[in-house]
Design a protein around this ligand. Structure first.
Ligand code: 5GP
Length: 122
């Protein structure tokens, strides 16, 4: 498996070396607006720990870290008012998943009817 890159974009955001529009932070997670939103609301929620992807995280993170991050995702959604109309959580993993930044992140999309889960090719 690939090794975590301390210089990936989200590691730099966590260290404050690159600015972000923060919406939430606790001991487990940081949430901020995606720079290139694909819905009226598009937030990224990332763990504070060094995990490449959901695959990496699900093998190595502690139960406390997993609970903390999952709770943070829900808290962020409620705090910005996505819970009532509804929203979508998505995490891209690896090459086929289309993951660009090698630090686990959950996308939160909302603010409109989001339509089908995946683009239909047929
Ligand atoms: P992925 O394709 O890895 O699932 O998602 C990476 C996300 O990071 C993309 O939605 C992209 O728009 C977002 N992104 C890329 N560069 C930056 C940046 O400098 N700041 C923020 N806030 N988001 C970024």
């Amino acid at each position: 498996m690939a090794v975590y890159d301390d210089n990936n974009l989200f590691a730099k955001i966590l260290r404050g070396e690159i600015p972000c529009k923060k919406v939430y932070e606790d001991q487990y997670a940081l949430a901020f607006h995606d720079i290139n939103p694909q819905a009226p609301t598009h937030i990224l929620v990332i763990p504070k720990g060094k995990y490449l992807s959901y695959d990496d995280y699900s093998q190595k993170a502690s139960a406390e870290e997993i609970a903390g991050l999952m709770r943070a995702v829900g808290t962020v959604a409620r705090e910005i008012g996505l819970d009532a109309p509804g929203y979508r959580i998505l995490s891209n993993i690896g090459t086929d998943g289309g993951q660009e930044v090698p630090h686990l992140h959950f996308h939160l999309f909302g603010g409109r009817r989001l339509g089908p889960m995946l683009k239909r090719d047929n």
